[in-house]
Design a protein around this ligand. Structure first.
Ligand code: LIP
Length: 277
C-alpha cells in the first residue's frame, strides 16, 4: 500500500544518512582505487563497503524485496527490473570526485514497484543536502520544496552534462559535437560536475535548466527521476520518447520545450543496456 512505501522512504532516508557519514569520514583519508570496465571506470573500497552496508540493512528489513546496486552489478549480479518492489542503489555517485576529494559526492537510493518509480532519496554527503521525493507528494531539499526552472529559451539556458566512461575517438567526436551544437545555439553555459545524481538535483532545484547524458546507469537515474518529476520537471529519453530506466541515456529539464529541444539537438552515443542478457 501507499503507506507502506512511505515507511520504506523513511528507512531510505535513515540509510542514506548513515551511508553518508561513512563516506564523509572516508573522504578525509587515502583511497584505494581500482578499475572496472575501463581505465576511467573507477571504484574504491568505500563504494563496496557502503553498498554492502546499505543492501544488508535494507534486506534485513525487507527480505522479499529486490536490489539493484552499482557494485553488485559490477560483481556480476543481474540488473533486471521486475514487478517486485526493487531498491536501486548507487552507494557513491561521483566516485572519481571522491577519489580526488572533489566535494561532489552523493548516495542515491531509488525505489520502484511494478516497474514504476515510487520515491527517490539523494544525499549530498559533504554539504549534507538531502533531496527527497515521493510520487505525488512533491520534491524537497532538507524539507524545502523544490521547483524546476520555467525556462523554454535555449539561449538563456544553463545546461549540465557528464562525460561517461567511453573514450574512443568515435565517442569523443559525438560527445564534443553535441556540446558544440548547444554552444552554437548560444546557451549561457555548460557544466560538468562529476556526479550525475547531483547534477540532476540541480535541475530539480531550478539551478540548472537541463541535463543530458549517454552512458550513465539506472542507479544514477532512478532516484533523481522522481525528484525532478515531483519538482515539476521532465525526464525523457534522448530520442524524445519516454524515459527508459535501463537505456543508459537521459534528458532532463524544467520544461517540456527545453527537454525536447536538447533531445533534437544531440546525437546518440550507443552504450550496452543495463539489462542486457
Ligand atoms: C558516474 C557518475 C558520473 C557519470 C558516469 C557514472 P559513479 O557514477 O557520477 O557523473 O558521468 O556515467 O555513472 O560511478 O561515480 O557512481
Amino acid at each position: 500500500s501507499k503507506k507502506q512505501w512511505e515507511g520504506c522512504m523513511e528507512i531510505a532516508v535513515q540509510t542514506a544518512r548513515t551511508a553518508g557519514q561513512v563516506i564523509r569520514e572516508a573522504f578525509k583519508h587515502e583511497k584505494e582505487v581500482s578499475t572496472k570496465s575501463s581505465p576511467v571506470d573507477l571504484v574504491t573500497e568505500t563504494d563496496r563497503l557502503v553498498e554492502d552496508l546499505i543492501i544488508s540493512s535494507l534486506r534485513e528489513k525487507y527480505p522479499s524485496h529486490r536490489f539493484i546496486g552499482e557494485e553488485s552489478s559490477a560483481a556480476g549480479e543481474k540488473c533486471l527490473l521486475t514487478d517486485s518492489p526493487t531498491w536501486i542503489i548507487d552507494p557513491i555517485d561521483g566516485t572519481c570526485n571522491f577519489i580526488h576529494s572533489f566535494p561532489m559526492v552523493a548516495v542515491s537510493i531509488g525505489f520502484a514497484v511494478n516497474k514504476e518509480l515510487e520515491f527517490g532519496v539523494i544525499y549530498h554527503c559533504l554539504d549534507e543536502n538531502l533531496y527527497t521525493a515521493r510520487k505525488g507528494h512533491g520534491a524537497f531539499c532538507n524539507g524545502i520544496q523544490l521547483q524546476g526552472s520555467k525556462e523554454t529559451d535555449m539561449s538563456k539556458a544553463l545546461i549540465l552534462t557528464e562525460i561517461g566512461a567511453k573514450r574512443d575517438p568515435a565517442t569523443l567526436k559525438i560527445f564534443s559535437g553535441n556540446m558544440e551544437r548547444l554552444l552554437k545555439a548560444q546557451v549561457h553555459g555548460i557544466r560538468v560536475i562529476g556526479s550525475a545524481t547531483l547534477a540532476l538535483c540541480q535541475v530539480a532545484s531550478g539551478a540548472a535548466d537541463a541535463y543530458y547524458q549517454f552512458g550513465l546507469h539506472c542507479w544514477d537515474i532512478a532516484a533523481a527521476a522522481v525528484i525532478i518529476r515531483e519538482a515539476g520537471g521532465n525526464v525523457i529519453d534522448t530520442s524524445g520518447g519516454p524515459l527508459d530506466l535501463m537505456s543508459r541515456r537521459i534528458v532532463a529539464a524544467g520544461t517540456v520545450e527545453m527537454a525536447h529541444y536538447i533531445a533534437q539537438e544531440i546525437q546518440t552515443i550507443t552504450y550496452e543496456r543495463d539489462d542486457h542478457n
